[in-house]
Write a protein that binds this ligand. Structure first.
Ligand SMILES: [Cu+2]
Length: 148
């Protein structure tokens, strides 16, 4: 491992020397690959400029433009975006009854959250599941079509 790291550092220095940019290789944090789904969170609304994508690797880029922290949950469902089952509290969606495919627990106010997922063809709904936020309108649909 040590030698491997040394090798990588030397490689990065060499690449830097020749003026080429390989940030992923040099930081050790590879950028997630996939079709970008651009999402904007506001109080209390979710907008997406990308309502449909092709199946495969997808990267949700979630811009929280609200003054509050929000959550981002993705489920695969044919239910209407505003018709998901609620939990006993009546304030949030019962995620146990749904086919969850990924989530970010917290996207802080004014920050960008990134969620890479591998999506099969189908219909997905994403929403914020903090108390009352889903009911307030924080949900949207994503259609994923088969490749080719
Ligand atoms: Cu929220």
């Amino acid at each position: 491992m040590y030698q491997d790291r040394q090798h990588r550092i030397r490689l990065c220095l060499a690449i830097g020397f020749f003026g080429l940019l390989m940030p992923a290789a040099c930081t050790g944090a590879p950028q997630p690959k996939g079709e970008v789904v651009d999402v904007t969170l506001r109080d209390f609304h979710i907008n997406t400029a990308t309502p449909s994508v092709t199946s495969g690797d997808v990267v949700f880029e979630i811009h929280n433009e609200a003054p509050a922290t929000h959550e981002f949950v993705v489920v695969r469902t044919d239910l209407p975006a505003d018709g998901l089952p609620l939990g006993p509290d009546g304030l949030s969606v019962n995620e146990d009854w749904l086919n969850g495919v990924g989530e970010l627990n917290e996207v802080d106010a004014g920050t960008l959250g990134t969620l890479p997922l591998h999506l099969t063809p189908g219909r997905y709904v994403f929403f914020c599941n903090l108390d009352g936020h889903y009911l307030g309108g924080m949900h949207a649909v994503l259609e994923v079509s088969p490749d080719g």
